[in-house]
Design a protein. Structure first.
Lengths: 486, 464
């Protein structure tokens, strides 16, 4: 592996590159699904290749190849340099990179039980048993389960002399019960919707989720939603469950703090950000009880955004994004760090695979736990709605105005959790919403949620991000607008 | 052809070529031979080769410029009613043998599927020509020059350009051990540009199998002129409005219906068409077909199992007439497969991927002229499903929302959030323009007209 990396860097240098870095990656994936008692998807994939990024004539070029021979990687490096020279045809300034150290290292993420080494039967048997348990509940019209495992080896080398090998195994699972009745579709998911929960780790995650124990409750709630009253339309108190708060952070904090968006580099596709550079250290983003970090270190937890080095070879870091409600930090790269006065990159550049250009991505963007127990939070709420498990999410291209709906809601009356509500939704403006937060629950309720499907970039790259969150309360929120005037 | 006009042959970056089709057939034959040696009763091999390049620009400069080349071999085996799929990008004999063994291992560890059908035999396919040599020959220098022109155009107008110019070529070969053999190749090119002027922006995008049908200077001009008109937006009250949706906006909403036409989705009761097939649920002026042979469409003439794609009338005069079927869903429903199945094994069944919404004769200008109070929508963004059965979608307007007053565009308007049932929307279409190949960011490309629609529901307004 290192031979191919080294050879491609040498060819890039000989062709005139002033900087180059190369990622050789081996990506293995297993996908299992069931639907209504039968195996749905059963597949495994294996992909290995090399991508090289170069600066030549002061501009960027990137090329990738699956031709893993000395000639193949040499041709790829030459193509990257040629592309960089083409880029220079429409160049304004030379690329400038923040300084970074040289590292020779090897790191492996946590994985107690390698899912690729365990018998497939046990994985399928569990999913089929869970699937059957959901269908035992009368009224369930569709039952679905899934598991997904990935093992990614990355060999990174740069013309500065770094050589870093990393292995990351991620595991995920989810179950969904759907009930169609009287012209209405309701569903419940566990541990989260849209693929479930995903972490950096092995099959131990799947075991910890206790899918079989949760299946009857999930199915019963899907059916019960049909008898539940519609979530009212009003301005009021909102309590968000942890997974929904994780997605709220993803959309209304994680994306706005991406410095490439702020600088206009995503203007045509993902959009820009309301967090213009003048707002750094100068914006009350949230109420003073809110503290949010972007932390890629293992110390934060084994999330989808956890690693030892990013894909520019920069060590993992913890970035203080919101401290006591004030905005203090962007996600940056070696190319953008100097624009916000940083001496080095924040270490948040990541790539989906060997054939994609690394770019600024979220790591683990998490709210830090507060002092409240969940029970005390409910008891302290006189009139509110608790919403849990995302059903839809949407936010404008500058990340101001958002609307979320969840699978389920419950009334909170007089400090007690009351009747179930169907079709809950809420909406707002990012900073107004975060400034209305008046309670965050404690570490006992804090989970590092995994979002496996964050899309960004052109060509599109799908990345896994982590979001630590515990249930929190927000005041005077607009509730129920998604279904008004229909 | 404008992207190619000023190229200098002496300094061209080299174009990269796809392998000869026979090389892919040779790899496929090797897989079938190795599987036969393993005693596998049925084997399917699907090989995809892709060459893609994309030049990305922002702040009037190229900031990302990438190229990729890859080949993927996907193998499906069937043994005693059990099937699985393994995919690899390594084509040496040992790797292929290992992939077959992995596939057999996966398949053997699952319960027998009594509904699994034998693989299909030889098929006949309709002719499609979607490969443009001019597009395949496009180089990084060609793209860079077109981008440079767009950036200079922006600078002259005090604007900032961002976007992409991408091009690529791909080929697929699908064979199985029952002598089915299918092959397809295509090219594609996309130019997308956002012009920003102060805090306002607008956008234009085109996609085609032939780069000569993509005109970057014309697209840059459209986006630039609309960005200039998008200054100082007024804030309108949320509510129900008559809207004129440009094709990209219409595409991104109607495109969300595509999976609802899958017979498997209807059988699973997760389609908005469950219980509605045969009923008039749209306006009489709505006719939708799935047509891979339409001259403005791209895509292979066969599905994931190698069954020929059929042209299917999905909606005729507002009535849901047909669904699309894979072999399995067709057998369950007592129908013939329509050639829309996904590669097996999968839980989703099938979907129409070449939607064509029949157009009308009203031009966009006539739609605006006939509107007393309304909004012109350039583009929609971040569309998600709020209610799956009523098909209520939410999302934002983006990059050019304009107020129409007394038949004329009067002001730019601040962007709105909508919560709108697509079913109701397609009952409220007052008139349609000529259909064209449209491209956005939410749905895949389709042929769709601009639409004038009454009572479109905007629920909230944002800050710009």
């Amino acid at each position: 592996m290192w031979d191919y990396c080294g050879h491609s860097l040498e060819v890039a240098r000989l062709r005139g590159a002033t900087y180059a870095d190369v990622r050789m990656m081996h990506h293995r994936q297993r996908d299992l699904t069931t639907k209504s008692g039968r195996v749905g998807t059963l597949g495994q994939s294996d992909s290995i290749g090399l991508g090289i990024r170069v600066v030549a004539n002061g501009a960027w070029g990137f090329a990738s190849t699956d031709q893993l021979t000395r000639d193949g990687v040499a041709a790829c490096a030459s193509q990257a340099v040629a592309i960089a020279r083409s880029s220079a045809l429409a160049k304004k300034e030379n690329v400038r990179l923040a300084p970074e150290g040289t590292y020779i290292d090897s790191w492996q993420g946590p994985c107690v039980k390698d899912p690729f080494e365990l018998p497939l039967e046990s994985q399928l048997d569990l999913l089929l048993a869970v699937d059957a348990a959901m269908r035992q509940v009368k009224g369930v019209t569709l039952s679905e389960t899934d598991m997904q495992f990935r093992k990614i080896d990355t060999w990174f080398a740069s013309s500065s002399g770094s050589q870093i090998h990393q292995r990351r195994v991620t595991s995920g699972c989810g179950i969904v019960a759907t009930a169609f009745q009287g012209g209405e579709i309701q569903k419940r998911s566990y541990p989260n919707s849209f693929g479930g929960q995903h972490v950096l780790g092995g099959y131990e995650l799947i075991e910890a989720m206790e899918l079989l124990r949760q299946a009857p409750r999930v199915a019963e709630e899907a059916v019960a939603l049909h008898s539940a009253p519609q979530c009212p339309e009003k301005a009021g108190t909102l309590i968000l469950g942890g997974s929904q708060l994780g997605l709220q952070i993803h959309e209304s904090v994680g994306h706005p703090i991406e410095l490439d968006r702020v600088l206009g580099q995503e203007a045509n596709f993902a959009g820009t950000s309301f967090l213009t550079l003048d707002k750094l250290h100068n914006l009350r983003y949230a109420s003073p009880i809110v503290n949010i970090v972007a932390d890629a270190r293992m110390a934060h937890g084994a999330g989808l955004g956890t690693f030892a080095y990013d894909d520019e070879g920069v060590p993992a870091q913890c970035i203080e994004v919101i401290r006591d409600g004030e905005f203090h930090g962007y996600l940056s790269s070696r190319e953008t760090a100097h624009l916000i006065g940083l001496p080095r990159s924040g270490g948040t550049v990541r790539t989906e695979g060997w054939n994609r250009l690394p770019m600024i991505r979220m790591t683990n963007v998490s709210i830090l736990p507060g002092p409240w127990t969940f029970e005390n939070l409910i008891a302290d709420t006189d009139d509110g709605i608790l919403m849990d498990t995302n059903r839809s999410w949407s936010i404008d291209d500058r990340r101001y105005q958002f609307q979320f709906s969840t699978e389920i809601g419950w009334e909170i009356k007089g400090g007690k959790k009351g009747r179930m509500l169907k079709n809950p939704s809420y909406s707002g403006i990012t900073t107004e919403f975060w400034n209305s937060c008046d309670a965050v629950t404690n570490a006992d309720n804090w989970v590092l949620w995994g979002t496996p499907n964050c899309g960004k970039g052109q060509p599109m790259q799908v990345m896994g991000t982590g979001h630590g969150a515990s249930p929190a309360r927000f005041r005077n929120v607009k509730i129920g607008t998604a279904f008004s005037n229909q | 052809m404008s992207a190619l006009k000023k190229q200098s042959d002496s300094k061209r970056t080299p174009a990269v070529a796809l392998r000869a089709e026979r090389e892919l057939h040779q790899i496929a034959a090797r897989v079938l031979r190795l599987a036969k040696e393993r005693g596998v009763p049925e084997t399917e091999v699907h090989i995809d080769e892709t060459i893609q390049a994309l030049t990305r620009f922002a702040n009037n400069t190229i900031h990302q410029n990438v190229a990729e080349q890859g080949l993927v071999v996907s193998i499906r085996t069937v043994v005693e009613g059990c099937t699985a799929r393994v995919t690899t990008n390594r084509v040496d004999e040992d790797s292929l043998r290992s992939a077959i063994d992995n596939c057999l291992s996966l398949a053997s560890h699952q319960p027998k599927d009594p509904r699994l059908l034998p693989m299909p035999g030889k098929q006949k396919y309709g002719a499609v020509r979607h490969f443009s040599p001019a597009t395949a020959a496009l180089t990084a220098d060609d793209r860079a020059r077109a981008v440079k022109n767009a950036c200079q155009f922006a600078e002259k107008r005090g604007q900032v350009a961002a976007g992409i110019f991408s091009s690529g070529q791909s080929q697929s070969v699908l064979v199985n051990s029952r002598e089915l053999s299918a092959a397809y190749r295509q090219t594609h090119a996309t130019f997308s540009v956002t012009m920003q002027q102060g805090s306002a922006a607008s956008w234009a995008k085109a996609n085609s199998g032939d780069v000569r049908q993509v005109d970057p200077p014309a697209l840059a001009k459209i986006a630039s002129e609309k960005a200039a008109r998008a200054q100082n937006p007024v804030e309108c009250e949320p509510g129900k409005y008559t809207v004129v949706l440009e094709p990209a906006a219409a595409l991104d909403l109607v495109g969300f219906l595509f999976y609802d036409f899958a017979a498997t989705a209807v059988a699973d009761k997760r389609s908005c068409l469950s219980g509605r097939v045969g009923k008039a649920i749209f306006g009489e002026n709505i006719t939708i077909t799935d047509d891979p042979y339409h001259p403005l469409q791209l895509g292979a003439p066969f599905d994931g199992e190698g069954i020929p794609r059929q042209r299917v009338v999905l909606v005729d005069g507002g009535v849901v007439k047909n669904l699309v079927y894979s072999r399995r869903s067709a057998k369950q429903a007592g129908k013939k497969p329509t050639g829309h199945g996904f590669p097996l094994p999968n839980e989703y069944g099938e979907a129409p991927l070449n939607l064509v919404v029949e157009g009308g004769k009203t031009s966009l200008e006539e739609m605006i002229a006939s509107t007393d109070q309304g909004l012109l929508v350039t583009r929609l963004w971040y569309i998600r499903e709020v209610d799956p059965y009523e098909k209520i979608m939410t999302g934002m307007t983006r990059d050019g929302l304009f107020q129409i007053e007394k038949g004329k565009i009067s002001h730019a308007a601040r962007n709105f959030r909508f919560n709108q049932s697509v079913l109701k929307m397609l009952r409220n279409v007052e008139c349609l323009g000529p259909a064209r190949r449209a491209t956005g960011e939410e749905a895949f490309e389709m042929v769709v007209p601009p639409m004038k629609i009454r009572n479109f529901h905007f629920s909230e307004v944002t800050k710009f």
